[in-house]
Design a protein around this ligand. Sequence first.
Ligand code: SAH
Length: 352
Amino acid sequence: MNTILKTSIDKLISHKLLNKEEFVALLNNNTQELRNKLASHATFTKQRYFSNQVYIRGLIEFTNYCKNDCYYCGIRCSNQQLSRYRLTKSDILSCCTKGYDLGFRTFVLQGGEDSYYNDDRMSDIVSTIHSMFPDCAITLSLGERSYESYKQLYEAGASRYLLRHETANIEHYNKLHPDNMSYQNRMNCLHHLKDIGYQVGCGFMVGAPFQTTENLAEDLLLIQKFQPDMVGIGPYLSHKDTPFHNQPNGSLEDTLLLLSILRLMRPDLLLPATTALGTIAPDGREQGILAGANVIMPNLSPSNVRQQYSLYDNKACFGNEAAEGLADIQNRLQSIGHEITINRGDAPITNR
Ligand code: SAH
C-alpha cells in the first residue's frame, strides 16, 4: 500500500472526512488488503458505539404498484410482465403482529409510489399500527410526497423515513430516471423530511449503470453534508424487464469497502446490510456486518407476494432474508461475534 493511501486512511480515521480526490483514490485501489484494513477499523469504531449489537427491522413491502419509471427498477410502471399486488390494512396489521411476536420493534413499510395509498389511507394505517404497537417505531419508504403529506404521516406516528438520494450527481441522476423525475425534487423531499423531524435515511446503489468513481465520491460528500441518521447502500442488480437489463451488476467488494468508509465517516450511523447485499452473495449480509453495517431488515411481507416485489432479479426473500428465519439469522450473527438486539434502535441522540 503506498504512502498516499496510508495517509488517506489515517485521515479518514482521525478526521472522519476526505476530499473528493482522496475518496476516489481509495475507491480506485480497492484491494483485499485495503478492505481488511478499513473493515478492522470500522469494526473497532462500531463496537465503541454499538457494542456487538445488530438492530433488526421487519420489512413489509406492501405494494408493487408504482407510477414512476426508473430505468433500473423492476417495479417501474412500464414493466407489463409483473403481476401487481397491494396489501390491505388488515394484511399489513397481520404482518406487524407476526413481526412483533418474532421480536421486531421496528416496522418498515416500503412500496412503489402508489396513489391508492393517499394521505388519509396511509395515515390511517400508520396511526393504527402506532396505537396497536406503541413500543414500536414505524419507518416509511414510500418515495417522493409533498411536505404536507410527510407531515401528516409523521403526526400519525411514523418517525423514520428512507428515501435514497440514488446519486448525488445531477447528470448521473438524469441517466437513471425519466425526465419527469428530478434530483432537485428528491433532495427537497429529503430536506423536508429532516425539517419535520423524521430520522432520515438516504443512500445509493453501488455500481449503478453509468456510475463513475467520482460519482461515488460525490455520494460520500453529500452524505457528509446532509448528515442522515441512516444510509442504505447495496449493489445494483439488473432486472430482466428493464431498459438496463444488460447492464452489469455492482460489486460485492465495492459495497463492502463503502460500508467501511461510511462507518468511519459516521461512527453512529445506522447502516443496514441490505437485501441486495444478501442477494449478490449467500453470506453477503454477514460480510456487510463485518465491514461495518449494524442493521438488518428481514422480509416480513406475506410469503406469496415477496417475489412480486421484484426490484431486481433473484431477490433473496426467504431463508436468511426472511423474518421467520430469525433464529437462523441469530445463529449466523453469533458465529461472527454479533447478536440481535430487540430494542427499537433509534439513531443515537449524540448525532443530532
Ligand atoms: N418507492 C420507494 C422505494 C423504492 S425501492 C422510493 O422511491 O424510495 C427501494 C430502493 O431499491 C431504491 O431506492 C433503489 O435504490 C433500490 N433499487 C431499485 N432497483 C434496484 C436494482 N435494480 N438493484 C438494486 N437496488 C435497486
